[in-house]
Design a protein around this ligand. Structure first.
Ligand code: NAI
Ligand code: MG
Length: 356
């Protein structure tokens, strides 16, 4: 039996509510399968912790996380703590310190999930976004000069290193190779005359190592349009930090909404733990009511199984979500139902019993 140690950071708002269901499903699947045993350790970090201790995580927080096999995170951010603090001091810090330079966001419209596009279905909307997660527009480089003066100037600099650009593009090609899919690169070389010209060049170079893979390259504005008018053209998609952030929210809308959007922050070398989390935030508007949709968290649990080499279990979790969506009996409000967060988690666990 493989023992897997998971650091759990439930975080703020609906974070703890959805994470409880995520753990429920991870444990149920492991128990039914019999090959894995999870050991969960909870960390009480987040905005509440910040208000009490003046920081988002313990001083030695990164060191305490280092030896875990993975991190399972709910959401961070809450009114009263500026978003740039909660984001930079916890989430982005973990992503950077643990070199989680790949952000994987599956955008697949499962059967039974709502879609705003006429005729949208699972075959048409099936993309895998590989978003650069360590540099680019979110590197935090820049300056704020002459604050408050008439000559005030701010600079926010995108950082695209050869190493960082090449490794994310190569990861996308490797993923596509394994899955027998096409690769689409999304950039903006007409306006961003250094960073994106460079990106396109590296994409071109790396593609030469994969002559069997069909490639496409779009400008980000055109890509946003094509995602709505012709989503079928996208399979494996590789793009920068900022563009990936925005486009995957478009993707979330196409594939059933924030309640179904999952993401994984991967350190492919496995030198450090990778982190699995729903894409949504702490949703203060519905927190504490027990009505948050836990399916995005269950989906990221499925990504965790894939990462550990148990993609057969990951697949069963997705099947369970799909069965639940199709039967339409136990759904939260965002999907038109009246069920509570824990009722949805219970139902997923129950469906899983029939799948092993
Ligand atoms: P949000 O994702 O928390 O909420 C946006 C809308 O979607 C809200 O109406 C919310 O009720 C709904 N929603 C989100 N998740 C849902 C779920 N599981 N079930 C049902 N409805 C759901 O984004 P918002 O409101 O912009 O941000 C709130 C806080 O979360 C902010 O402090 C923000 O910084 C933080 N945040 C944190 C993220 C993270 O931890 N990865 C990501 C995005 C935002
Ligand atoms: Mg986002």
């Amino acid at each position: 039996m493989e023992n897997l140690k998971i650091a759990v950071i439930p975080g703020d708002g609906i974070g703890p509510e959805v994470i409880t269901e995520g753990i429920k499903v991870l444990e149920k699947a492991a128990e039914l399968d019999g090959r894995i045993q999870f050991e969960f350790t909870q960390f009480p970090w987040g905005c509440e912790y910040y208000l009490e201790h003046g920081r988002m995580m313990d001083e030695d927080g990164i060191d305490r996380l280092r030896d875990f096999d993975a991190i399972f995170l709910g959401a961070v951010g809450y009114p009263g703590v500026p978003d740039h603090i909660s984001l930079w001091d916890l989430l982005l810090r973990i992503r950077k310190e643990f070199d989680q330079y790949v952000n994987i966001r599956p955008i697949q419209l499962l059967n039974g999930a709502p879609c705003p596009l006429k005729g949208g279905n699972k075959e048409k909307i099936d993309m895998l976004f590989i978003r650069e997660n360590s540099e680019g527009e979110y590197s935090g480089a820049g300056d704020w000069l002459f604050k408050g003066k008439p000559e005030e100037v701010v600079l926010q600099t995108g950082v695209f290193s050869r190493k960082g650009t090449e490794r994310i593009i190569r990861y996308a090609f490797e993923t596509a190779k394994e899955a027998g899919k096409t690769v689409t690169s999304i950039s903006k070389a007409n306006a961003l005359n250094y960073s994106m010209v460079f990106w396109d060049e590296v994409f071109e170079e790396v593609s030469k190592d994969y002559p069997e893979i069909q490639t496409y390259s779009y400008l980000v504005d055109a890509a946003a349009m094509h995602m709505i008018t012709d989503p079928e053209r996208f399979e494996v998609v590789v793009t920068s930090n900022l563009f990936g952030d925005i486009l995957t929210d478009v993707g979330a809308a196409l594939a059933g909404g924030m309640g179904l959007a999952a993401g994984a922050n991967i350190n492919p070398e496995r030198k450090y733990p990778s982190m699995f989390e729903p894409v949504h935030g702490s949703a203060p508007d519905i927190a504490g009511k027990g009505i948050a949709n836990p399916l995005a968290t269950v989906w990221s649990a499925s990504q965790m199984f894939d990462f550990f080499g148990y993609s057969d279990i990951g697949e069963k979790l997705l099947q369970a979500i799909e069965i639940l969506l199709e039967e339409k009996e136990v759904l939260t409000q965002d999907l038109g139902g009246i069920a509570t967060t824990s009722e949805v988690g219970d139902r997923v666990a129950q469906i899983l019993k029939g799948l092993f």
